[in-house]
Structure formats: C-alpha cells, structure tokens
Write a protein that binds this ligand. Structure first.
Ligand code: PMP
Length: 417
C-alpha cells in the first residue's frame, strides 16, 4: 500500500501496549506473525471492553434510563468514529455487523436478492476469500443468475483487462477484495470502480486485509459497499462494518427481522426503521463497537502512515532475507508494481516440506504463522498450489522476529529433506 512520509514508530512503546505479545506459548517468546488472521489488541481496546461491562452496561436505543442513554451515546459515537475513519459521508452509511463475513452475506442476501434476477451476472474475482465468493454462489443458485469468474493472471494478480473481458450488460454485481489475505496483492479499487460505473452494477469490496495497513477513503475508492472486521484492525472479535453508499443501502431491503429494525409492527406486517437501524436487527455488539472505536483511536494516534511505513520496511527486508534462503519460494507479488503496493503478507512454500510441517516446526520455535489455503482455495488452485505458509505483519513486529522466521524455515528444511 502506498503511503506518505511518516515519523518512525517507537517500536518498544508500541509493543508494550500489547499484552498478548507476552503470552506464554512454550520455551521461546512468541513471535506473532499471524495478524492477518487476527491482530493482537492494545491495552486501550481491552480496557474499553472492560469499561462497557464494568461501567455503562445497558442496552442501546431502548431504555429511558440514563445507563441506556450512556450506552446508546457510546455506541453511536463508535459509529461516528468508524464513519470518519473510512471517510463515509454520513453515519447512516455505517452498518455494524459481526464481521466481514456477516457484512458480505448481508449484501449478497439482501441487496443481491432484490437486484439480481435470473440470467443476470455476478462477477467475482478469483482472488477472493471464501466469504466473498460463497455468498455469491448461494445468491446465484437462489436467483438463477450466472457466477462469472474474473480470473487471476499466472502469478495470482488481477488485471483490469481481465475484468473488462467479463463485464457485460447483464453484470449486476462485481465483488473483489481490496487486498488478498493469502498473497498480499492489493487491487486498485478506484480504477476498478471506473470500469464498473460503466455498467448498471454495484461494486462490493472486501476490505478485511486493507483497513489496518493504509488510509481507506470509501468516497475516493467510489465503491458501493465496503466490508471489514474489527479484529484485524486491533479491535475485538465479533464486530465488523458494512459501509454502503446511502442510495444502495436505501435500495437494500431488511435482511434479518427483529427488534430495532422496525418502526411499527402489526400482526401481519411491519414498517421498517430508517438507516442504519433497518439493517441492524437485534441487540448489537455494543462492547464490540466501543472496542472497535478504541482500536481506531489507537491506530490514528499511532499514525496509519507510520504503521504502514514500518510494515513496508519489514516486508522489504523479509522478502530479501527469505528469497536468499535455499529451497524457499515466495508466492505472490513479484513485479515491482505489485510489490510496491502489497499488503504486509509473506506467502511461501519450502521445497519438499508440507506447509503444515513447516508451521509445526515454526511453532516449536515460538513463531506463529498460518498454514493452509487461507480460505482462498480457488486462488491457490489457479497457481497449482493447495497450501502455503503465511507470515503476516503488523505494527508491533520486529526484524528479530523475521530472523526467527528465517531460522525456522531453514530448520524445517534440514529436518524434512
Ligand atoms: N476476507 C478476507 C480477505 C479475510 O482475510 C477474512 C479473514 N481471514 C475474511 C474476509 C473474513 O473475515 P471474518 O472471519 O472476520 O468475518
């Protein structure tokens, strides 16, 4: 991801704020290189969660009592915090969900069912996490629509020409990830949007791997929907966001029915609440939203540019280091253009050693990585792979941890070949 000049991070001060980095995991200290799965949480997020339950523990939007008013104020302040963070133009455009998966399912089920008809086409990139593919498969099956593949190139990247080839007058939705969770490729969403705008289609972006690593401005990206999870942004699990352009959300019927999403209910019909509540049935994850706002506070105070610059420096160093190791092959961005804007993810294979075995050896060394298909089976299959080892970086990672990764990879090769 590209960023401007930034003050260097005070890494010791950053690390001191993350109690999880000092977790007991065996003889060796933890080198946590799995933040693309879930990031560690800074103390202020943990304290914000504790504060909700130990302080203003009440439901939102329901009570006339002051505890409920305080809870509502904190919850709506969190929405406003998210709005500012992603540059949405109005709070009505920020829907709280339980995560990226729920947000994407909401779009596919509610917007999709209303706007995709038999014979229409839904274009999905081959780079997607299963949570931005399977909901579209389900939609197409329900509606008799056609799922159209925007195929990746030989190295796994997406080219705009590939999208141009598959867009048609029947295209109703284009679903694409902002950044690949398994390989790190980052897509130019604004350029994709310009192409999609030429059709009567909605652009749905999976931002799960992007929001923690660069400034995201949904208006500059000009996407219709943008989904992300709190827990990959140093926030709690169980909370996420669906951003939608106001007119798209207005054209989205309710997905789930229940409390909060209604204005008035008669036995045989109901009228629905205004946005954003229309799409937030039931008691929301109040503590999660407040925790997510605390995570955004942390990211903004630390400086997203500073975080991005730190991660970029680590990524460049790690690529050089790992590429020099015999028998280790990096998978993913190889050309300078893609490398220059990639998310901080190192996906690799070790000759002759199954990724799971590599992961187990690394775990013995205290190095936490993810191994497997990373919920992107079509992408890995397109590259002739079924699994990789993935090390993913965040604000708190160090060069020393990357040295331990390199040493662990060498050790795995010695043990298994
Ligand atoms: N999309 C991408 C690109 C992801 O990396 C993930 C999480 N691995 C998801 C979607 C799903 O996120 P969640 O499990 O938080 O709903």
């Amino acid at each position: 991801m590209t960023t401007g000049p930034a003050q260097p991070l005070d890494l010791d001060a950053v690390r001191a704020q993350f109690p999880g980095l000092r977790a007991e995991t065996g003889e060796r200290p933890l080198a946590y290189l799995d933040s693309a799965s879930t990031a560690q949480k800074p103390r202020r997020v943990i304290e914000a969660l504790h504060g909700v339950y130990a302080g203003t523990c009440a439901n939102v939007h329901r009570g006339v009592h002051r505890a409920s008013e305080r809870a509502t104020a904190a919850f709506e302040a969190a929405r406003e915090r998210v709005r500012g963070f992603i540059g949405a133009s109005a709070r009505e455009e920020v829907i709280f969900t339980s995560g990226t998966t729920a947000a994407l399912n909401l779009v596919a089920a509610a917007y999709g069912d209303a706007h995709v008809r038999a014979g229409d086409e839904v274009v999905v990139s081959e780079m997607e996490h299963h949570s931005n593919l399977v909901p579209w498969q389900l939609l197409c099956a329900r509606r008799g629509a056609r799922l159209v593949r925007w195929a990746v190139e030989e190295d796994g990247r997406l080219e705009l020409a590939g999208l141009e080839r598959v867009l048609s007058p029947r295209t109703r939705v284009v679903a694409v990830t902002h950044a690949s969770n398994s390989l790190g490729f980052t897509n130019d969403i604004a350029a994709i949007s310009r192409l999609v705008r030429q059709r009567d289609a909605a652009l749905v972006v999976d931002g799960a791997q992007a929001v923690a690593h660069a400034v995201v401005d949904v208006q500059a990206l000009d996407c219709d929907f943008y989904a992300f999870s709190g827990h990959k942004l140093y926030g709690p699990t169980g909370v996420g966001v669906l951003y939608g352009k106001r007119e798209r959300l207005a054209a989205t019927p309710p997905w789930q029915g229940g409390g909060e999403m209604i204005l008035d209910v008669e036995f045989s019909r109901a009228t629905y609440n205004a946005l954003p509540y229309k799409l937030e049935a039931g008691t929301p994850n109040i503590a999660g939203a407040v925790g997510l706002a605390a995570a955004i506070d942390w990211v903004e105070e630390t400086g997203i540019d500073a975080i991005a610059a730190h991660e970029r420096a680590l990524l460049i160093h790690a690529r050089e280091r790992l590429e020099a190791l015999p028998g280790v092959r990096l998978v993913g961005p190889a050309r300078p253009a893609e490398r220059g804007r990639a998310a901080p993810i190192l996906s690799l294979v070790v000759d002759g050693v199954h990724p799971h075995d590599v992961g187990t050896v690394l775990d013995h060394e205290g190095v936490a990585v993810r191994t497997g298909h990373h919920c992107t089976q079509p992408l890995l299959r397109a590259l002739g792979l079924d699994a990789t080892v993935r090390a993913s970086l965040a604000a708190y990672n160090t060069r020393e941890e990357l040295e331990r990764l390199a040493a662990g990879l060498t050790r795995a090769r010695e043990l298994f070949t």
